[in-house]
Write a protein of this length. Sequence first.
Length: 319
Amino acid sequence: MNYRKTLQFLIGIALTVLLLYLAFTKVDISVVIERLRQTKLEYVLLGICTFLISYLIRARLWKELLRPSVDVPIIHLFKAVVIGQMGNNILPFRGGEILRIYSIKKTSLVNVPLALSSITLERVLDLISLIVLIGFLSIWIDLPDLLRKSILIIVFCTILLFFIMIFLAQVKSSKKYFNWLVNISPKNQKYLIDKTINNLIQGVASLKNPIMIFGIIFISLGCWIFAYISVVFSLKAYHIETGWIMPLFVLVVLNIGMMVPLLPASLGAYQFFSILALEHFGIDRSIALGFSFVIQSIDLIASVGFGLIFFYTGRLNFS
């Protein structure tokens, strides 16, 4: 393990311990245990199903992003998405995208640069959808100062990345800015570097068409809708009665919290940010902490459980 990875790992441990400490402060463990015993398993099952549907829609989104370059069967994309989500839960710093790229490369004609740029675009679209949800949410409730400050950073970075990708999608105008890299490369590497650059650009080719841009943003919102429904079922599983605003607020806060680099399974983030979100609605800290374990379990079963099945039935390995 090199110095940089060691430092990242230590930072992850420190943040995880800090968030867990803050989450368990002023909590009655007996209340947490008692409420967990009363969890409604039928809603847990529904939560798992809606998580999987959101993965299926994400696979459909990925298919549209790859369509200008290659047509991949959606079943391969779905399995790769689930395997990637599994990786995000078992690898530190949400390294599941590496497993996702590995999986799709093994089962289709998608090369690494193409997969990498298309996944990066997908994540930018996620941020755009998140901004839309936050904007909608702000109409109905006053957002906490911490969330407001986070939004400004997210909006700035998202807009910047999105316009860079739109520019890159215009192959003729963007390719000339990379020609210098090809020209200074060794002769035996020129073809490989040129091909890699082309594949990276092709990964964002769907942004050439304005109509397609709105289409893929709409599909991205579909992923969030089913993630929202999964939060609703998670709250109901833990006997928390809710309208439609609370689950949306929980979804937004949790996803902003997941951007923090932590240890596997987002341990600490689920606990701290669930409490942060639910306390905004007057929910007791002990009840909020118990809810965090319910929604985290639903996430783990949907991603790790099915991800392991797809990983081994697909005869994938780490060699």
